[in-house]
Design a binder for this molecule. Structure first.
Ligand code: SAH
Length: 357
């Protein structure tokens, strides 16, 4: 029976209401369940103490709760970074990273197991594509992080402040499910997470950017650029052959004009590959070309090592010089802080347990 059972985290409130109507339960029960899931963060029907025992039992028997199997967490940065490893049905790995700072807590969520984009410098890309996650499986990662922050910070409130879709996978290759997870987590009747506290990062899937420009919720967009010219970008980010720099920039420009929102460009710094002053100049020119992108920001990311990959991170001096070139040309730019290096949880290091995938 459970084979065809609905997965609770894939259902909207309206869908839970429909299910309970079928079960001939009073309408308010659906809302109770929904609040248990998204406000109390109940992880099983057992914890839903305001429901009658018979209903809890029926939920246990006839719907699926978690469809991500929790395997383990690892703790780094003195306990302020946690990486969780889940599996989908004993197989494909899914990793999520919670980062706690003094004034905020961010969870980095995977949208796929593995990734089909094949960027050579990224562990998820090297792992290849395994599967698309459901909206419920993305939501479960966020709820895991919300529970963790409550425990770590010993609070009964949810102290998670940011959700970034920057884990394994390419969100815009799984757009519908990804967006369903944003809408659900945003729902004021439930988790009530502010739209501006979500960020999605794309490798540069142009139709996804154009679609996002039309959505109602103002989530943040980050674009993985990594090189200002087609020749180099196509080597680092193979999908550039399909959506070259000029086409990508046009979509980003249209996006900022349509939404009035700022876009971040991510730029991983690789020693001797894309970190020369000439590239920084090329990047500044690209962002200032024509009318210029008034609403943009560059996020420089020191490259995090990936096993078996001979690339090297740029030296500190090179990074600072790169930053100077951008700043002199009035391109706002910041350096991403490194988190999770000690537990292979930093940007681009998520590949599950390589031995067991
Ligand atoms: N597929 C999406 C989401 C991944 S976000 C995207 O490409 O944007 C992860 C960010 O970390 C991307 O900008 C990615 O290019 C970058 N990244 C990948 N591997 C990295 C590594 N080894 N070190 C630092 N950043 C890396």
């Amino acid at each position: 029976m459970k084979d065809r059972a609905p997965a609770l985290y894939n259902l909207t409130l309206a869908e839970i209401e429909a299910l309970l109507r079928e079960w001939r339960q009073p309408a308010y029960r659906a809302r109770q369940i929904y609040r248990q899931l998204y406000v109390n963060l109940a992880a099983s029907p057992r914890e839903m103490s305001d429901l009658p025992a018979a209903l809890r039992e029926r939920l246990t028997k006839e719907v699926l709760f978690s469809t991500l199997q929790f395997e383990r967490t690892q703790s780094g940065d003195g306990g302020m970074t946690r990486k969780a490893l889940f599996r989908v049905e004993d197989g494909p790995p899914v990793e999520s990273v919670l980062m706690i700072y003094r004034d905020r807590a961010t969870v980095c969520v995977s949208t796929q197991s593995g990734c089909a984009m094949g960027c050579s410098f990224c562990a998820s890309g090297r792992m290849g594509f395994r599967l698309n996650l459901t909206a419920g499986q993305m939501i479960e990662q966020v709820l895991w992080a919300a529970r963790e922050t409550r425990t770590i910070l010993a609070s009964d409130r949810t102290l998670l402040t940011n959700v970034v879709y920057m884990g394994m996978g390419e969100p815009f290759n799984n757009y519908d499910r990804w967006w369903a997870s944003v809408e659900r987590l945003h729902d004021p009747e439930g988790f009530n997470f502010g739209a501006r506290h979500f960020t999605v990062s794309t490798v540069g899937i142009v139709p996804g950017i154009r679609r996002l420009a039309k959505e109602k919720l103002p989530v943040n967009l980050a674009v993985s650029l990594h090189a200002p010219d087609d020749e180099l970008r196509s080597r680092l980010v193979p999908v550039n052959k399909k959506y070259p720099v000029a086409v990508l920039m046009e979509a980003v420009r249209d996006y900022t004009e349509a939404t009035g929102r700022r876009v971040s460009f991510e730029y991983v710094l690789l020693q001797g590959v894309n970190d020369q002053p000439g590239r920084a100049l090329g990047l500044a020119r690209l962002l200032k070309r024509g009318p210029g992108l008034a609403l943009c920001h560059v996020n420089l990311i020191p490259w995090n090592p990936v096993p078996g990959e001979p690339l090297k991170p740029s030296e500190r001096r090179r990074v600072l010089d790169f930053q100077d070139v951008l700043r002199e040309r009035h391109v706002p730019c910041t350096l991403r802080t490194q988190r999770g290096l000690d537990i292979a949880a930093a940007c681009g290091q998520l590949a599950g347990d390589a031995k067991k995938t």
